[in-house]
Design a protein around this ligand. Structure first.
Ligand code: T5A
Length: 225
């Protein structure tokens, strides 16, 4: 997003669609529950785009491959951070911002909270640097609501391991994911209006009941329900 971009300039002030993100460590059930969110919102005839990060457009998905694949050449931490934001800039400009401007709702599997959690908390990169990149790439745009699906690290990793081959992030150790998890929880605590922490160690019906309650409040606040 550049200062010259007219969509970006006006988006923060305009009557736009709602921007929801879903976060958490590996294996918390984001994919499973985003499908539930999609079905629930479609019951209210809300025009909806479901997408993910890193990725969401052709070019951003190619950057995702670099980020997740194992390569003989180790990805430097700074390179990882810049690639995450390169993918995000593409995703925002080509998909998220135009959809919000059309007043569609956007549900995104991970967004910048994941950068604070993984690159900041996990890798230990500078939070100031992440914040500067966030401001530069997103301008004022922030999610309206972020669901953090929270499980203990052991449980998340055991769900992921059942699926077979691990990607580059999934091969990190317990301490890494503990820092990631704590960063998510701290961010939610610092801004309770924009976050809902959901206990995702409960059964799927219980998790989805919590999500339904939170979505219902969001719909009421937007005058839809
Ligand atoms: N990344 C991303 C960064 O480092 N920085 C960034 O800025 C961004 C945006 C890719 C990676 O990129 C990193 C973080 C990630 O490592 P991803 O594709 O979202 O991100 O990868 P994962 O987190 O690995 O996503 P997964 O698809 O692996 O996990 P999900 O979607 O959270 O879990 P899901 O729904 O597939 O569920 C896992 C299993 O658990 C079961 C499901 O049925 C499934 O089998 N399950 C439950 N079982 C019992 N009870 C429940 N409540 C259950 N919920 C789910």
């Amino acid at each position: 997003m550049t200062e010259q971009d007219p969509i970006a300039q006006t988006l923060s002030n305009m009557d736009r669609g709602c921007f929801i993100t879903v976060e958490g460590i590996e294996g918390v059930g984001k994919t499973t529950n985003i499908e539930f969110i999609r079905q629930y919102l479609s019951g209210f005839n809300i025009p909806l785009v479901v997408t993910r990060e890193p990725g969401g457009t052709g070019i951003a998905e190619r950057i995702r491959e670099i980020l997740l694949d194992h390569d003989q050449e180790t990805l430097a931490d700074d390179t990882e951070l810049l690639l995450v934001f390169a993918a995000r800039a593409q995703h925002l400009n080509r998909l998220i911002i135009p959809a919000l401007a059309r007043k569609e709702w956007v549900v995104c599997d991970r967004f910048t909270d994941a950068t604070y959690a993984y690159q900041g908390g996990g890798r230990g990169l500078s939070v100031d640097m992440i914040s500067q990149l966030e401001n530069s790439v997103q301008g004022d745009l922030r999610p309206d609501m972020t669901f953090i699906l929270d499980v203990p690290v052991e449980l998340g990793m055991s769900r992921v391991k059942n699926r077979g081959q691990l990607d580059r992030f999934e091969q990190e150790q317990h301490d890494f994911f503990e820092r990631v998890r704590q960063t998510y929880l701290m961010r939610a605590q610092a801004s309770p209006k924009h976050y809902r922490v959901i206990d995702a160690s409960l059964s799927l019906p219980e998790v989805q009941k919590s999500l339904e309650n939170a979505l219902s409040l969001l719909l009421v606040s937007r005058g839809i329900k």
